[in-house]
Design a protein around this ligand. Structure first.
Ligand code: NAD
Length: 320
């Protein structure tokens, strides 16, 4: 099964550099038995979910017990859905939950072979996390970040192990979406890359390799479209319903761009646009002022109960 999936990984890096296929024997995912996840939000709990379901021990940390409780409840709900659909058994669900341990002390990560940082999309927060995390890690542990946009090389430089550091960018919702983007920093060594790639395959994911440029591949393309949808709303070209209907039926997108923005989190969308704008210095990436305003209001989308839709009732109601 793994061999078949391997074909899904591109073999060459952009520019024809050797990618994956020509490197023979690396430790591979067998070396990864215990996975740490920093952040129990929608991405962190999803990564914990798929890792535990793949039979790995999981340690998940957040800033307080309440966030952890919400994260674990999400995992239970999502596993429950998979069980209802017959994708996993009740026994598998129980065993998966048993493999997940949570805490707020970084000592939790002492046994981890791989730790994935999936906290808020803010470089300062991520740097603070690495400062606390790194002293607790085994010397051979690999460190990944799930950042949507921030430079892997710059984050790596804030740790003690740039060679064992890389980007592992999962898609939302993690248990459902097939893709993981793999991003090397300038110092990432080949053994680390191969081990993380094998780990992604073990989770049942397919991988695409991206170079370390702002927002990588998926968000470099997706977020300017979402930002443009917000401009379309801001300029009164269409209502929330009109814009989402137009793109669902007119471009065959499974979700409208504003619905998708709410799903991603408007704070994350804005953070990615800032990284694109700052990193590529092109005015076409200017965040829409309406997106800025929504984030300032604390209207972050689904996770805060309001964004371009209001989620307080049974069905989401457009707010404009
Ligand atoms: P979220 O807001 O749902 O969760 C973020 C979590 O990080 C929260 O639980 C928060 O308490 C926690 N956190 C904040 N500061 C922390 C700290 N100092 N230590 C430990 N935990 C801390 O956000 P999310 O959507 O899960 O995004 C997390 C990361 O994943 C971001 O880097 C984001 O860019 C990336 N990402 C998001 C998506 C998406 O669609 N939302 C997709 C791919 C990647």
């Amino acid at each position: 099964m793994v061999a078949a999936r391997r074909e899904a990984v591109s073999d060459k890096l952009p520019g024809g550099k050797p990618g994956i296929g020509n490197v023979a024997h690396f430790p591979a995912a067998g070396a990864i038995r215990t996975v740490g996840v920093v952040g129990a939000g929608q991405m962190g709990n999803g990564i914990a979910h798929v890792s535990a379901l793949a039979g790995l021990n999981v340690r998940m940390l957040d800033v307080n017990d309440e966030r952890l409780k919400t994260g674990v409840e999400s995992i239970k709900r999502n596993l429950g859905r998979q069980a209802e659909r017959g994708k996993i058994s009740a026994e598998e669900m129980a065993q998966t939950l048993k493999r997940i341990k949570t805490g707020i002390d970084y000592k939790l990560f002492g046994e981890c072979d791989l730790v994935i940082e999936a906290a808020t999309e803010n470089e300062q927060i991520k740097r603070e996390i690495f400062k606390l995390l790194v002293p607790q890690l085994k010397p051979e542990a690999i460190l990944c970040t799930n950042t949507s946009s921030i430079s892997i090389t710059r984050l790596a430089a804030a740790t003690d192990r740039p060679a064992k550091f890389m980007g592992m960018h999962f898609m939302n919702p993690v248990p459902v979406m097939e893709l993981v983007e793999l991003i090397r920093g300038i110092a990432t060594d080949e053994a680390t890359f191969q081990t993380v790639k094998e780990f992604a395959l073990k989770l049942g994911k397919k991988a695409a390799v991206a170079e370390d440029f702002p927002a990588f591949i998926v968000n470099r393309i997706l977020l300017p479209m979402i930002n443009e949808a917000v401009y379309t709303l801001y300029e009164g070209v269409g209502s929330v319903t009109a814009i989402d209907t137009a793109m669902r039926l007119g471009a065959h997108h499974p979700m409208g761009p504003l619905q998708l923005a709410d799903f991603i989190g408007l704070d994350t969308c804005l953070a990615v646009m800032h990284v694109l704008h700052d990193g590529l210095a092109d005015s076409k990436y200017r965040p829409c002022p309406l997106l800025v305003k929504y984030v300032e209001a604390g209207w972050l989308g689904r996770k805060s109960g309001r964004g371009f839709y209001d989620y307080s009732g049974e069905t989401p109601v457009p707010t404009r």
